[in-house]
Design a protein around this ligand. Structure first.
Ligand code: CMC
Length: 435
């Protein structure tokens, strides 16, 4: 018997099973052979919120949550943030290798020429309510692109997939910027193909009457670094959504819209907006201890703290803190930074946070930089969705081409009643609709 195996005795039957261990996992389907009778379905694994279930093999992103390590295709995030542009990293995530000079030039050119939206899509966006949240607009507009590119549903055609991938990466900043301009009542700005990816995004957000927008190079580079940090994070909630929806062979626009919807929640990409609200609520450094006490007493969470995988400092938060210094030299210091630093200082010494291994995550400092750069909190999650689109697409492509993957379909433990007699209307007691 291989030592790389797990032996289990089913005490109900006294039968013993030996399961192979591969990559530190056993296959859940092996448990189905553990049955008490011929008509027994077999053992299942119960894992709400997928705390300990690997759903795929992936060669895209590596995280060691205990040591605070993050790598894309084997390259440490710190190295990529220092030396690469966002589109270079996008190429790496999608194709597995860093591009050479000619490949990068061609890639940037291709993405740049997919930044325009069809005028119909622009008109579609104009019809949202005047104060629509940019994330609601972004999710709906990306879904609507499915009607503009119906051929996208041919997800098994590699060339067709690549065309949609380029379109999505090119158009995401345009959609995010137009969503923002709509929410503040400004006319939409068309893409400027002379500018690089992040500069063009800043142009579409902030250009007013000047004939040509000139982004501050330090701020444009800071945004590019933030995009690199957010580009992928393996099987998080939105990426798992992308894979799950994509596994039904839905087209990539609908799958990205679903992933972006998952991202919008306050526990995921919506956290950066919530951090700013929390810092506003705290108001001054002196109020930090009382706020922390409130959290420990069970009233809310410290937003931007904690992570399912990182039980150490999130490496992205470290790079963001460093980037913040560069940004503040241009914009002046955001006074909220002092409250955030005080929160971090007290929390990292507090037994509640120490024993639970709760550290600042990527969202803790990102909002403070974004605000200093002039972004309003409502656009923060869209700032996350733009780069994460690359990760979603890389993971989707990996899923589609993985022979082991099928339509996602978890099991359940049924806890309801069985085969009841029908109750006529006049005999029903009803049920409270509020649970
Ligand atoms: N503030 C206070 N307590 C917390 C926090 C927090 N931010 N996060 C976790 N805890 C406590 C939690 O109450 C639990 O305590 P106990 O064991 O006494 O019940 C313990 O720590 C373990 O937490 P959990 O809820 O089981 O952890 P999880 O892996 O299910 O949740 C999380 C991870 C990120 C959803 C959670 O830490 C959280 O809600 N953080 C705040 C929201 C946030 O910053 N989200 C952004 C995540 S990073 C970027 C991204 O994914 O988009």
């Amino acid at each position: 018997m291989s030592s790389n195996s797990l032996t289990i005795t089913d005490n109900r039957t006294n039968r013993t099973f030996t399961l192979p261990i591969e990559n530190g996992t056993v296959r859940a389907m092996e448990f189905r052979q553990m049955r008490t009778s011929d008509d027994d379905f077999g053992l299942m694994l119960y894992d709400p919120a997928f705390m300990n279930t690997a759903s795929c093999r992936s060669s895209i992103t590596y995280i060691d949550g205990d040591r605070g390590i993050l790598e894309y295709r084997g390259y440490p995030i710190e190295v990529l943030a220092e030396h690469c542009t966002f589109l270079e990293v996008a190429y790496l995530l999608l194709f597995g290798e860093l591009p050479n000079e000619a490949e990068l030039k061609n890639w940037v050119n291709e993405i740049t020429h997919h930044t325009m939206l069809h005028e119909n899509t622009k008109q579609f966006m104009e019809n949202f309510r005047y104060d629509a949240h940019p994330m609601s607009m972004l999710v709906s507009t990306v879904a609507a692109l499915s009607s503009v590119y119906p051929e996208a549903r041919n997800v098994h055609d590699a060339a067709n997939r690549l065309r949609q991938i380029k379109r999505l990466i090119g158009k995401m900043p345009t959609i995010a910027a137009m969503s923002y301009r709509h929410s503040v009542g400004f006319p939409y700005v068309y893409p400027d193909n002379d500018l690089n990816y992040t500069e063009n995004f800043m142009n579409m957000l902030w250009r007013m009457v000047e004939p040509k927008y000139a982004a501050h190079p330090v701020l444009a580079r800071a945004l590019d670094i933030l995009f690199i940090l957010h580009a992928d994070h393996e099987q998080n909630c939105s990426t798992s959504t992308m894979r799950a929806v994509g596994s039904s062979l839905a087209d990539p626009y609908l799958s990205i819209a679903s992933a972006a919807a998952a991202l919008s929640g306050a526990l995921h990409g919506g956290a950066n907006e919530e951090v700013l609200r929390m810092l506003d609520e705290i108001g001054t450094k002196d109020n930090v201890p009382a706020y922390i006490k409130r959290v420990k007493d069970g009233h809310g969470k410290l937003m931007g703290f904690g992570h399912r995988v990182y039980k150490n400092y999130d490496p992205r938060a470290k790079i963001i803190k460093w980037t913040a210094e560069q940004v503040f030299e241009v914009t002046g210091r955001n006074p909220k930074l002092d409250i955030a630093l005080e929160l971090e200082r007290i929390a990292l010494q507090d037994e509640y946070f120490v024993t639970r291994k709760l550290y600042p995550n990527v969202d803790f400092y990102s909002g403070i930089i974004y605000q200093a750069m002039g972004f309003k909190p409502e656009i923060f999650t869209a700032l996350f969705a733009i780069p994460r689109t690359v990760g979603w697409l890389a993971q989707w492509q990996e899923m589609i081409t993985d022979a082991e993957q099928k339509i996602v379909r978890p099991r359940q433990i049924y806890t309801g009643q069985r085969t009841r007699s029908f109750v006529p209307m006049e005999e029903r007691h009803g049920a409270s609709m509020v649970k």
